[in-house]
Design a protein around this ligand. Structure first.
Ligand SMILES: [Zn+2]
Length: 154
């Protein structure tokens, strides 16, 4: 079932230099309309299966990495474990509560972010860790690449 949103996603995928005739635009659409904006490959696969999109685990993982490499998906900076993807592309911060495995976006001003970090440290001394990420400068867009080939950044 094609929709206007799917058409827009297909066009966006094309502009990013990727083939838009495969399952990738539909997958991206599914991920962007999901309630949760952060997910790992297993959650993306579950979402795809629930929506009748049959993609193998390896192919799906490659598609996620391809979308990241082409600026269609973000990645949450993590220090280990499964890669965590993000449908919100603009730079923003995250707060992770390990006890509940809850990831919250902190899309706030630098002043508010500083205040949140200072308050968390004050309220939970010795339990707050900060991973400070500095994004690499954006690269110029590249031409089309073969679909399904994962590409590394940097
Ligand atoms: Zn996020």
């Amino acid at each position: 079932m094609a929709s206007t949103a799917d058409d827009a996603t297909r066009e966006e995928v094309r502009r990013a230099g990727l083939a838009a005739d495969g399952p990738l635009p539909r997958l991206l659409s599914l991920l962007r309309t999901a309630e949760e904006t952060h997910f790992d490959a297993a959650e993306a696969q579950r979402l795809a299966v629930e929506s009748g999109l049959a993609i193998g685990r390896t192919e799906l993982a490659a598609m996620l990495d391809t979308m990241v490499a082409h600026g269609l998906l973000g990645r949450v900076p993590t220090t280990g474990g499964a890669a965590l993807y993000d449908t919100i592309l603009r730079p923003h911060s995250h707060m992770l509560d390990e006890a509940t495995a809850m990831m919250v976006d902190l899309d706030v001003s630098p002043e508010t972010l500083s205040a949140i970090v200072a308050r968390a440290i004050a309220e939970q001394p010795g339990r707050v860790e900060v991973l400070l990420r500095t994004r690499a400068p954006e690269k110029a867009p590249e031409g089309p690449t073969r679909r399904g080939r994962p590409r590394r950044i940097g």
